[in-house]
Design a protein around this ligand. Structure first.
Ligand SMILES: *Cc1c(COP(=O)(O)O)cnc(C)c1O
Length: 718
């Protein structure tokens, strides 16, 4: 880094800022980019690299003068340098044991920003937030993933409400990624052998504040035409694509670290996709230190951490014996294992020949520390995998939990941050994991909090109308039809949001299950409710697409069209608008299938209230007054009965609690009781369900013990 900051032009400074994703969680820097050209900023999906290229130094200089941006740019740049140089961080004090050897954090997806489309949903967002908090705390971490040049699909919805997937090829020059090169300036390549040939990849580097993220990319001439497409799409292709991607991520990822001279002190597998990484570590220990397989396995496991993310069976990759033989035989020969012995590592019962190879099982067997992502998910996960430890009782199954959290600066609206700045202690953003820091939110004046919320809600409604207009125009709607869209959603009416992947267990249509039952609530003249939906179904998930279609049809039904809205192409940008602007965030998964869920945590930060089934994080967060709970937590053996009961409970809570509380106004038009709940939510939940607290927990309870190499009994985390 060049510290001669005064010699740099503003174009140089902004280009440097655009090259590190740190800018994306700094609202003041984001605003600078926006103010340069608000229209282009929005059209470019908030991509500052392309914006700056379009402008060039001279045009930018003029524009900055017009908008009086100079001192703000210098200030932002100075702040960035300070951030990168800081040596008095949490990590400096608490992560010292890790020293200069980082934790390697492996994940198949990373949701960092809407302009870098290498994520699909919660797992990726969680990984992105993990890196950002690790950066803020200065926990020594490097990320490892894949570069998908077509990413995850763009969603369009046809007139009939059916989802269409579109893929666009990203140009690396437009993205904040740089090729990793050796001393001679040549790209660093890694390769992984299979029985049917070698897979080669090059390495991209993304700077996420202080944390480097490396992404492997097979789109290079060394590969066959087929393998050049291997990393094109996230969760695309068939099971063979999947095992090849995972082989590359795990084994290739470790080789990439070696090629980059990074020798991680601990390994963290975010979900089982990367579990082959432990095998490469074992191979290295056997080769370098002459250990036997069993000794190497024990040592590698002591340094490995595994986080499992779902109780849904389809979320656990399984490969048949043939695919394993084709892709892993070179590696397991090196380990001195027979095919059947190797298959045993991926089987609950090693001797059951009909069991396929499960990545989750491999991950459990090769890591000493394993965790679920909420308290309830811990219970469910221990039950789900207890056969792996047949000699232990359920409570003794060595799987703990660390509840997920969200990265506060990424999800907190600028206006709301102003309120935080007013009442919370100085430098609160450096101490978000401390309960005491959040207690002062009680001091916010109700009127000010309500006005801030109303303005964010207004922004969401304007955004929704704008997106709906674009949809209508694309489908050649008449002028009269388009004009009507200006009345869609009423800023004065209770607004309920629901957006997430359209996985069937999330039951996006639950509230509309008995449409006549909610029709009255929606149509109520005095106290109406309105809904805004969004989300993508996996391309192969027809059931998910049907649920989406049902909602889309209701949103275009004359009875409801002004009060039920569906937004296309749910992504980080849409999510940001939604979580910052809704009154209520609805979450109604089939308990206990939502391992944690994180979108509701984003809503809390911005003053929205959760209305949720007691599942995932909400089961440990809800205290009766910091939001609303649906159902009692009882699980019925019959799924239909369960769905019916939950739907009834949901409508009941809406009718008897949510709606009356929202419309109960004082002489100034303020819903005092409601505002009390908003404050209580921020105060009681903010400190726990944020990613700083989460990363601190990982450092303390997983990384530091793993790096210490203690091979003592498996630790159950809190
Ligand atoms: C936060 C987020 C998610 C995860 O939401 P859940 O509530 O965990 O389903 C998914 N997609 C996007 C774009 C998000 O921002």
């Amino acid at each position: 880094m060049d510290y001669s900051i005064h010699q740099k032009t503003i174009h140089e400074k902004l280009t440097e800022l655009a090259g590190n994703l740190w800018w994306s969680w700094q609202p003041d820097v984001t605003d600078i980019f926006r103010e340069i050209d608000p229209v282009r900023w929005s059209d470019l999906s908030h991509n500052p690299i392309v914006l700056l290229r379009e402008y060039g130094p001279d045009k930018l200089e003029n524009r900055a003068r017009e908008e009086l941006l100079h001192s703000r740019i210098h200030g932002a740049y100075r702040r960035w340098l300070q951030y990168m140089r800081a040596d008095d961080t949490w990590g400096d004090t608490h992560a010292g044991v890790l020293g200069h050897r980082p934790v390697a954090y492996f994940s198949a997806e990373f949701g960092l920003h809407e302009s870098l489309r290498i994520y699909s949903g919660g797992l990726g967002l969680l990984a992105g937030d993990h890196l950002k908090s690790a950066s803020d705390l200065k926990a020594p971490l490097v990320g490892m993933g894949l570069f998908y040049h077509e990413g995850y699909f763009f969603q369009t919805v046809d007139k009939d409400g059916w989802q269409r997937e579109e893929y666009l090829v990203a140009n690396p020059a437009d993205l904040p990624i740089r090729e990793a090169i050796d001393d001679d300036g040549k790209p660093i390549l890694v390769s992984v052998e299979t029985r049917s040939g070698k897979i080669h990849a090059k390495i991209w580097k993304v700077d996420v504040g202080r944390v480097p993220l490396y992404l492997l990319d097979t789109n290079i001439p060394e590969n066959t035409a087929e393998d050049r497409q291997l990393t094109a799409r996230l969760y695309g292709g068939n099971n063979r694509t999947r095992i090849r991607q995972e082989l590359l991520l795990g084994v290739g990822g470790l080789r990439a670290l070696t090629a980059l001279n990074i020798s991680p002190k601990a390994l963290h597998m975010n979900e089982g996709h990367s579990a082959f990484a432990t095998l490469e570590l074992i191979r290295m220990r056997m080769k370098d230190d002459g250990l036997t397989f069993d000794d190497a396995l024990r040592e590698v496991a002591a340094g490995s951490v595994f986080t499992t993310h779902t109780p849904v069976a389809a979320g656990h990759d399984r490969f048949d014996s043939g695919l394993i033989e084709e892709h892993l035989s070179p590696l397991y020969s090196d380990l001195g294992l027979s095919h059947e012995a190797f298959m045993g590592l991926g089987r609950v019962d090693p001797h059951r020949m009909d069991e396929t190879f499960c990545m989750t099982v491999l991950a459990f067997k090769t890591s000493r520390r394993a965790n679920a992502v909420s308290n309830l998910h811990g219970v469910v996960t221990r039950r789900m995998w207890r056969a792996l430890w047949p000699w232990r009782s359920e409570e003794e199954i060595p799987i703990g939990h660390i509840t997920n959290g969200v990265h506060v600066p990424t999800w907190l609206a600028m206006q709301m941050r102003v309120l935080y700045d007013k009442v919370l202690p100085l430098n609160w953003h450096l101490k978000t994991g401390e309960p005491g820091v959040w207690a002062d939110f009680e001091q916010v004046t109700p009127g000010e909090l309500w006005e801030t919320h109303e303005s964010l809600k207004g922004r969401l409604i304007a955004y929704a109308r704008h997106r709906l207009l674009r949809y209508a125009q694309r489908h050649k709607a008449s002028e009269a039809e388009c004009a009507k869209l200006h009345n869609v959603l009423d800023p004065q009416a209770l607004l309920i949001g629901f957006a997430r992947r359209f996985a069937p267990y999330k039951r996006a249509d639950l509230v509309l299950r008995d449409i006549d039952m909610v029709a009255d609530l929606i149509a109520d003249d005095e106290r109406p409710v309105q809904f805004i939906f969004g989300g993508k179904a996996h391309p192969a998930d027809d059931l998910g697409k049907q649920i989406m279609q049902k909602i889309h049809r209701l949103a275009h039904d004359k009875r409801f069209c002004e009060r039920i809205v569906f937004l296309e192409d749910y992504d980080i940008n849409v999510a940001r608008h939604l979580v910052q602007g809704v009154d209520v965030w609805l979450n109604n998964p089939r308990r206990p299938l939502e391992a944690s869920g994180t979108s509701g945590q984003k809503v809390v930060l911005n003053g929205g209230l959760n209305l949720s089934i007691l599942d995932g994080w909400w089961a440990e967060a809800f205290d009766g007054l910091n939001g609303f709970g649906i159902g009692t937590g009882v699980i019925h053996a019959n799924q239909d009965v369960q769905d019916q009961r939950d739907a009834e409970s949901l409508v009941e809570v809406l009718r008897d609690q949510v709606i009356p509380l929202y419309y109960n106004r004082d002489a100034d038009g303020l819903p005092q009781e409601w505002i009390r709940r908003m404050k209580r939510a921020v105060r009681t939940l903010g400190w726990r369900f944020n990613a700083d607290r989460m990363v601190m927990d990982y450092v303390t309870h997983a990384y530091v013990p793993a790096a210490g190499g203690t091979s003592s009994a498996m630790t159950v985390m809190p």
